[in-house]
Ligand binder design. Structure first.
Ligand code: CDP
Length: 259
């Protein structure tokens, strides 16, 4: 497969395409086949099932999942480790500006490298949960991370999940999903996840923490959590992960976007 410049194509959509060149035997002809590389945006409140769905969907479609929440968590981690007060907006924005971040998808999991080190395990602690919504409300932090996210999505073949993907980061995404579930169900899922990771936190505390973060995320001035007008709402309260993934694959099929 080769990448080629796409003269004759709409250049605004150019990054969504790759070109396969086929050499026909016996002739000097080349046929250019434009293959659309899908771009999917998944947004929604805390623990609504975005990460798991994005990963499973990525496996099924052979695309790359990008966990934008992990990027805001990474800025929070570096801030706290540097002994900087998360209320110090200017310093936190500087950290985001200089942050080196990569994500790789391996064995069905997204691993996040922060300044060269795999910090995936350190990003989901109660301490990070406590501060991440404040850190992600700073416009300078968002500017730096959105730029990185757009660069990661540039070649297409991606599923990005977060809070502002359909509204701000990728307003031209091929499919936008707004994933919701009842607060109790979301807290139940997160409580179970924490238990499995060896963190014993009372259910009520997990629920309050989720509600607090949702409130902060949806009331902030810059890029609040909200459904894009053209997003499809997917209520996962009574769905299994398998059913969630199938529902999205069905939507892609209806739009002629399945591989
Ligand atoms: O996994 P969970 O839904 O609990 O959270 P996350 O997706 O890891 O996101 C952590 C936090 O990062 C959110 O509560 C938001 O404050 C922030 N975030 C954001 O502002 N914009 C995004 N695109 C993604 C996350």
């Amino acid at each position: 497969m080769v990448s080629a410049s796409g003269r004759g194509f709409d250049s605004r959509r150019l990054h969504h395409f790759s070109f396969d060149s086929l050499s026909l035997s016996g002739g000097p002809h080349f046929i250019l086949i434009a293959m659309k590389k899908v771009v999917i945006a998944i947004d929604g409140p805390a623990a609504s099932g975005k990460s798991t769905t994005a990963k499973r969907l990525a496996e099924r479609l052979g695309v790359l999942p990008i966990d934008t929440g992990a990027m805001y968590r990474a800025v929070t981690l570096v801030t706290l480790e540097a002994g900087i007060d998360p209320h110090d907006q200017k310093k936190v924005e500087e950290i985001a500006q200089h942050l080196e971040i990569q994500q790789v998808f391996e064995n069905g999991e997204v691993r996040t490298f922060v300044n060269g080190q795999d910090r995936s395990r350190d990003l989901r602690t109660p301490e990070i949960n406590r501060w991440v919504s404040l850190v992600s409300s700073y416009p300078g932090v968002r500017r730096s991370l959105v730029e990185k996210q757009r660069a990661m999505a540039k070649r297409g073949g991606v599923v990005l999940e977060g809070r502002d993907i359909g509204t701000v980061v990728l307003p031209d995404a091929d499919l936008k999903i707004f994933m919701v579930a009842s607060p109790e169900e979301r807290a139940r899922r997160r409580w179970k996840e924490l238990q499995e990771a060896g963190m014993e936190i009372p259910f009520e505390e997990v629920l309050q923490e989720i509600l607090r973060r949702d409130h902060l995320d949806s009331t902030r001035a810059d890029s609040p959590l909200k459904k894009a007008e053209d997003a499809v709402v997917l209520d996962t309260t009574n769905l299994t992960i398998q059913e969630q993934v199938e529902a999205i694959l069905e939507l892609l099929k209806k739009r002629g976007l399945d591989p």
